[in-house]
Design a binder for this molecule. Structure first.
Ligand code: UDP
Ligand code: MG
Length: 138
C-alpha cells in the first residue's frame, strides 16, 4: 500500500549561511522526497516563537526562537512515500554528535542548536507546520 505524505522541512540559518541549500535539497530529492514548494524567508522572533510554541516551557525556547530568526531560512514542502518519518531519518538525531552516518545533521550540523534542519515529527504536526508557512499556497 502506498502512503503518500507531505512534511515541512526548514534549512536553518547555520546551513543557509554556509551555502548548503543545494546540497541539502539534493539529499532530499535523491531519497525520493520531491520539493513541492520552497521559499527563502527571514522570520521575526515573534513568528519563530509561534512556530516553536510546543517548546515554550523548555529552557532552550528563547535561544531557539532567537536563533531561527537570526538569518534567512529555507522552508520547503517535501512529498513522498512515508515523507514524515523518511525526512526524520534523513535528518538524523537532534544532536549532531549522536546523528547516524550520512544524515544531514551528521554531515553538516554544528551543535544541538545549530543543527542545520528542522523536520515535522508527525503527520498531524506536518499539516500544521505546512499551513503555518504556506497558508495561501505561497
Ligand atoms: N534544541 C536545543 N537544545 C536542546 C534541545 C533542542 O537547542 O537541548 C533545539 C534544536 O535546534 C532542535 C530544536 O530545539 O532542533 C527543537 O527540538 P526538538 O526536540 O523538537 O528536536 P528536533 O525535532 O528538531 O530533532
Ligand atoms: Mg521537533
Amino acid at each position: 500500500m502506498s502512503n503518500l505524505e507531505q512534511t515541512l522541512s526548514i534549512i536553518k540559518p547555520d546551513a543557509v549561511e554556509r551555502n548548503l541549500i543545494n546540497e541539502i535539497k539534493k539529499i532530499f530529492t535523491s531519497n525520493k522526497l520531491a520539493i513541492k514548494e520552497t521559499k527563502k524567508i527571514h522570520i521575526t522572533k515573534d513568528e519563530a516563537a509561534e512556530f516553536y510554541k510546543v517548546h515554550q516551557s523548555k529552557p532552550f525556547y528563547n535561544d531557539l526562537c532567537g536563533y531561527l530568526s537570526s538569518g534567512p531560512i529555507v522552508v520547503m514542502i517535501l512529498e513522498g512515500e512515508d515523507a514524515v518519518i523518511k525526512n526524520r531519518k534523513i535528518m538524523g538525531s537532534t544532536d549532531p554528535k549522536d546523528a547516524e552516518e550520512n544524515t544531514i545533521r551528521k554531515l553538516y550540523g554544528i551543535s544541538i542548536d545549530k543543527n542545520s534542519v528542522h523536520g515535522s515529527d508527525s503527520v498531524e504536526n506536518a499539516k500544521k507546520e505546512i499551513n503555518f508557512f504556506f497558508k495561501n499556497g505561497q
